[in-house]
Design a protein around this ligand. Sequence first.
Ligand code: MV4
Length: 504
Amino acid sequence: MIKKVLVANRGEIAVRVMRSCREMGIKSVAIFSEADRTAKHVRYADEAYCVGPAPSTESYLNINKIIDVAITSKVDAIHPGYGFLSENAHFAEEVDKAGIIFIGPSIHAINTMGDKLTARQLMIDSNVPVVPGTKENIEDPNKLKETAAQIGYPIMLKASAGGGGKGMRLVREEKELTNAYEMAKSEARSAFGDDAVYIEKYIEGPHHIEFQIMADQHGNYVHLFERECSVQRRHQKVIEETPSPLMTPELRKKMGEQAIAAAKSVNYIGAGTVEFLVDNNLDFYFLEMNTRLQVEHPITERTTGVDLVKAQINVANGLPLDFKQEDLRQNGHAIECRIYAEDHKNNFMPCPGVVKNITEPMGLGIRTDGYVYEGYEIPFHYDPMISKLISWAPSRQEAIERMKRALYEYKITGVKTSIPFVSRIMEANDFIEGNYDTHFIEKHMDFLMTEEDDCSDYCEDIALFVAYLDYNEKLREAADKSNVATPNQSAWKEYSRRKNVIRY
Ligand code: MV4
């Protein structure tokens, strides 16, 4: 049985994993870079070891060093979190060779799903719908035109080694084809060292809907329903919610079955996510499978009641899943807003720096998974996501209202954050009506960039002003009685009036 886990990650996900370990009576070991000595995951863990300098290639991606630490600290297992080494088959192999449990799927599953052409072929063989297109690497430029014409424009060129939007090119007409093909190929070659490229029919205005799956070592497979992830900007998710406003019970059943079929085709074990594109006719197509725990897993946890990290550890221990498909229900509605340290008014530039004040939202139906604290310096070396705010309520409308309330309570000073940007999304009619697809952010950019002149940043100041005015009133009364000059209230009055808070 696993008694000690090394978490090969940093930030909010490292803390998230350690929290479940603590609840399970499992000791946790942190690794950290020289830029992360004071990081929250280091403080939270039972033990912590430095694995190298700040750049992740020398620390969080340093396989040999991480395995050294795992051996020295005598852990039974390694949890990779998301990003970094989480989908690196070579790492999983090295962990295995060291006699340590990798909390994740098999090397075979990581490799198969990591190569998009192999995954596509496997889905075709398993009768899981894929986007119409080619099954092979397009090597002959002469065949390129012919194949593209057969599929019909617009088409997409995709790098087999890509995924998540990397090495992708949209081609609307034949005259753009050759150039786009060369670009996609050379981009793939330099980014992945693999220039295999294939063609798919382009799906206009699709939804990105993914299914959470969970499998144990005894052949039990379940899905934990969908997450709607269409609110993205440049392939970075911004908001996720479950259930999807687009979903019907029939579609959910069909997609859930196909997600399980996709997982079964690689004998998947543990937590995984099957991504689909869904078009306007509600036809759906397998896109890729992510062989890790995902950033947005908490919305699934909130609606199903399943602790996914705990389930991952139980599966790694060889235990059977302690729930069956028919036990699972989607209870209410959950929304996640990703909070980035970035300046959306300056082209979404990352904004690392020292956090001066932080007040996190609390109360009914709210969860925050974060890691920054007052005085903490967000390093510029890593992902700028600093927390995830999750709201839950019985209905979607109430979950939105609750999210707005929580965003109002959320105060971070010292660095710019995406709190105003996501707050604005919660006020957009198309979002409120559930009427959106993957083009939502670009379509509503003007609206999202315009903040209303709200006073939430000044609330605590305003409370002080009210107290001051009371005090001033007493001074005035005293002054009237004693015939001395009256204190001047006009500056305070003007401030309050402009902020539209206190009316006289
Ligand atoms: C597509 C597509 C339309 N048609 N494939 C982007 C991320 C990568 N996983 C696949 N992506 C897309 N593939 C075909 N055949 C549109 C996208 C896409 C997208 C997908 C999901 C979420 C946001 C997106 C934003 C732009 C494009």
